[in-house]
Ligand binder design. Structure first.
Ligand SMILES: Cc1cc2nc3c(=O)[nH]c(=O)nc-3n(C[C@H](O)[C@H](O)[C@H](O)COP(=O)(O)OP(=O)(O)OC[C@H]3O[C@@H](n4cnc5c(N)ncnc54)[C@H](O)[C@@H]3O)c2cc1C
Length: 367
């Protein structure tokens, strides 16, 4: 049996494509259930990665019905609120709610494939495989183990000593329910899709979500332990004191708690020598900052590629893992380098100048 740790986008895509091709797998996830945790904001699903994976899972048509209309519109503003770039989008990078996409994948799997409330706490070598111990003391042994368990993977140490490093940036997530009615300033500033408001090494990264919701990540350059202190609205406002009053209005009120998320990354080009019976997909393999919007897209294409490698190499899991890793390592290295570069550019003193240059270079014809 193929054992996958983690029911995020990487693990679910892998199991879904395997199942579609008649191969069973089981997933263990630490979450209490499919709905126990809010899954976070919108995702733009890229043509060459996420959309390919969705097609491999046979979900393209249903996916299209869940896309947020005009969600791929994008605006860049500076701290005065001036719009420096506005793009209506062309539908090539459809935006979808992360929870909706996750549910779509979960629904493709036979009941009982995902074992919820199963947090792996320890992994030890066992005869011909690995022995997994869960938080409740249960033990399972497997000879084919795939880590899809995200940033703080328990499977990764079987392959590599690398650890995520704090990027220097922390996000504080603010949510605005019924934004058009209750928070018209937030709704107006963000527009129909995504907003990048950047200046002075800080910013507001925001997007519109279904049901008139808006999500704003307040991005600040702070020490690693900053998130442990009390994070108050006054503290957030103090970072933006000389920004346009419209931003201050947005920061002054939102729904729910202020929750901090530190941004970490693995070293660019992280890889490992082939070790029998174990591999990784998604963030566990190549955690990167979200500044190229690639994390979910790569997790999904990793899952689909690994599934296809297993299908194409029946009875030879080592050949399957080797061929998957040969494709995944260079792809991940390229995107991780791009993410790292974009993070620097987004938080320079003269931002959003570098980001505008980046978008301009993307719209130039190649050659
Ligand atoms: C603020 C923020 C914004 C982002 N925005 C975007 C974006 O716009 N576009 C994009 O493409 N990417 C974005 N990303 C990155 C994206 O979220 C990740 O790259 C993606 O979720 C990785 O998927 P995954 O399946 O590898 O891991 P995850 O989504 O992290 O899933 C891992 C799963 O493993 C489970 N798990 C973890 N540990 C254990 C354990 N010990 N035992 C059992 N189960 C375990 C977890 O419960 C979870 O379900 C963003 C990230 C952040 C932090």
């Amino acid at each position: 049996m193929i054992t996958i740790i983690g029911a995020g986008m990487g693990g679910l895509t892998l199991a879904s494509v395997l199942h579609r091709n008649g191969i069973a797998a089981e997933i263990y996830d630490a979450d209490l259930s499919a709905t126990s945790r809010h899954q976070g904001g919108m995702l733009d699903v890229h043509e060459d990665t996420g959309q390919v994976a969705i097609a491999a899972a046979g979900l393209s048509d249903t996916f299209r019905t869940l896309v947020l209309p005009q969600g791929d519109a994008m605006m860049v503003r500076d701290k005065t609120g001036t719009i420096l770039l506005s793009d209506e989008g062309d539908g090539s990078r459809p935006e979808i709610d992360r929870g909706a996409l996750r549910n779509l994948l979960i629904e493709t799997l036979p009941a009982g494939t995902i074992h919820w409330n199963c947090k792996v706490t320890e992994i030890a070598k066992a005869d011909g495989g690995n022995e997994l111990t869960f938080a409740d003391g249960r033990v399972v042994t497997t000879d084919v183990l795939i880590g899809a368990d995200g940033a703080w993977s328990k499977v990764r140490p079987l392959l590599s000593a690398a650890k995520p490093v704090y990027s220097g940036i922390t996000f504080v997530e603010l949510r605005y329910l019924d934004a058009d009615e209750k928070y018209p300033m937030a709704a107006e500033l963000v527009g129909k899709g995504t907003l990048f408001a950047l200046s002075d090494e800080r910013g507001l990264l925001a997007h519109r979500e279904p049901n008139h919701e808006v999500c704003v990540y307040v991005a600040v350059k702070v020490p690693e332990e900053w998130w442990k202190g009390p994070i108050t609205r006054d503290l957030l406002l103090s970072f933006f004191a000389d920004w346009d009053k419209r931003y201050l209005d947005v920061l002054a009120a939102s729904d729910g708690d202020l929750s901090a998320r530190q941004i970490h990354a693995l070293p660019v080009g992280h890889n490992w020598p082939r070790i029998p019976g174990v591999t990784l997909v998604g963030d566990s393999a190549h955690l990167m900052s979200p500044f190229a919007g690639e994390g979910v897209n790569l997790a999904m294409i990793d899952g689909a590629d690994l599934a296809m490698a297993i299908i194409d190499n029946p009875g030879d899991i080592e050949k399957a893992f080797a061929s998957y890793e040969a494709k995944m390592f260079p792809r991940a290295a390229e995107k991780a380098a791009e993410s790292a570069e974009n993070l620097i550019v987004a938080f320079e003193a003269d931002a959003p100048k570098g980001l505008l240059a980046f978008f301009a270079s993307m719209s130039q014809p190649e050659g």
